[in-house]
Design a protein around this ligand. Structure first.
Ligand SMILES: Cc1ncc(COP(=O)(O)O)c(C=O)c1O
Ligand SMILES: Nc1c(O)cccc1C(=O)C[C@H](N)C(=O)O
Length: 397
């Protein structure tokens, strides 16, 4: 059984804040600052260039990848960390297309996060081989996987509504049609139990600054199914993905397996923070996290619906169809959220009208969820969101 009091003690939460935005930027783990300090002072400061070898900097992307592998049902040695998720989406899609040379369709859905769609379109334009990005409604994906689809590019949990795709079922349909399945786990890793191996995913990618608490700009991960790892073509053929980077050959030869998905120099300081953040998962059973997340989100929905008739649930009502977030619609979502944040309850908004709340049982209790709903109810009842202070939009929402 996961001890959630112990996991909460592993995080540094500011006094007076109820944090319902761990689905966008996770909370600071207590060990992270000390680990970063050690990396900077004892490793960089003292060991200088020697730290690449004796502090294990060079092997960090795979070492941290192995920790993430356990959380997504991937075997050790099949995940590597580095770059941003946008880059990892590019690499996965480019490799998938190279494995399906006769096919021209990339299938995604309109609930996907924009960067995935932008990156896909940019890659297809660059290839100039007549590929098409086909974007359908989330509920139409299965029916749209036709024999000309090279790859599906789907995000398991919808960033706006929390709607959950059935990864195993859609991967099966993709494979039956001869297509490959790429999964973006940005809102899944550390949020819900994931098993890329059982689902048969061909590629999976994700970020580490949300539920994995790696910090702002923490590097992303990529998983390549072992059956493809030795043949997957690295589109971004950087020297760190070379078979022998320090041979300094003029000709590129891809590294063994997942190593070829490395691109350039690893972000050592960011990786140190992430490595420290991932330690908390040693105390955690993902099934307990899922059960607790559903308990928290169900309670929140019940409290909000009982007290805030003006808010309309934008997430699936069936808990089994949701990730670890809940969204409500309101025409004045922005000032409502600004008023909430002003009272110490932090969620976020997604244009035009979505109030979004993330549930992170590692550091969030049911009492806080009830209190947050109460604060929201007061704001709605008093129309506190009409205050001019809350109408001024911030650049980042
Ligand atoms: C599903 C999904 N993909 C990609 C991204 C962004 O990737 P990057 O880390 O490159 O900003 C996000 C959020 O920022 C996301 O929610
Ligand atoms: N990565 C972000 C950033 O650099 C700034 C602000 C927000 C983000 C996010 O992660 C957004 C997030 N992917 C979302 O689900 O909307």
């Amino acid at each position: 059984m996961t001890d959630f009091a112990a996991t909460r003690a592993a995080f540094d939460l500011p006094e007076g804040v109820i944090y319902l935005d761990g689905n966008s930027l996770g909370v600071l783990p207590r060990g992270a600052a000390a680990r970063v300090e050690r990396t900077i002072r004892a490793e960089w400061g003292e060991r200088l260039i020697r730290a690449w070898n004796d502090a294990g900097w060079m092997t960090q992307p795979a070492r941290v990848g192995d920790r993430i592998a356990r959380l997504i049902g991937a075997p050790a040695g099949s995940v590597v960390v580095g770059d941003t998720l946008s880059i990892k989406v590019y690499q996965a899609l480019a490799a998938a297309l190279a494995l399906r040379p006769g096919r021209r369709i990339v299938l995604s859905d309109s609930g996907n996060f924009p960067t995935d769609l932008y990156i896909a379109q940019g890659l297809l334009d660059t290839l100039g081989q007549g590929h098409e990005l086909r974007v359908v409604a989330p509920e139409e994906v299965a029916g749209a996987i036709t024999g000309d689809v090279a790859a599906t590019l789907l995000t398991e949990v919808d960033y706006r509504t929390g709607r959950l795709h059935d990864m195993a079922a859609l991967t099966r349909v993709a494979h039956e049609a001869g297509a490959l399945a790429i999964w973006d786990l940005a809102h899944s890793a550390g949020a819900i139990p994931v098993d890329v191996t059982r689902a048969g995913a061909d590629f999976a990618v994700g970020c580490t600054y949300k539920y994995l608490n790696g910090g702002p700009g923490a590097p992303a991960f990529i998983h390549v199914a072992p059956r493809h790892a030795a043949v997957a073509r690295p589109a971004l053929a950087g020297w760190m993905g070379h078979e022998a980077p320090f041979a300094f050959d003029a000709a590129y030869r891809p590294g063994a397996g997942i190593e070829r998905m490395r691109v350039g120099t690893p972000p050592v300081i960011a990786l140190a923070a992430l490595e420290a953040a991932l330690e908390v998962w040693d105390m955690v059973d993902m099934r307990d996290v899922r059960a607790a997340s559903l308990r928290l989100s169900e309670r929140f929905i019940a409290e909000v619906e009982a007290q805030c008739p003006a808010l309309e649930l934008a997430s699936p009502r069936d808990a089994a169809q949701r990730g670890s977030q809940v969204s409500f619609r309101h025409p004045h979502a922005y000032p409502v959220m600004a008023a909430l944040i002003d009272r110490g309850v932090i969620g976020d908004v997604r244009a035009p009208d979505i109030l979004r709340f993330g549930f992170t049982p590692l550091y969030l209790s049911e009492q806080e969820v009830v209190r947050a709903a109460g604060v929201l109810a007061t704001i709605m009842r008093d129309e506190a969101w009409r205050d001019p202070r809350f109408q001024q939009r911030q650049a980042v929402t």
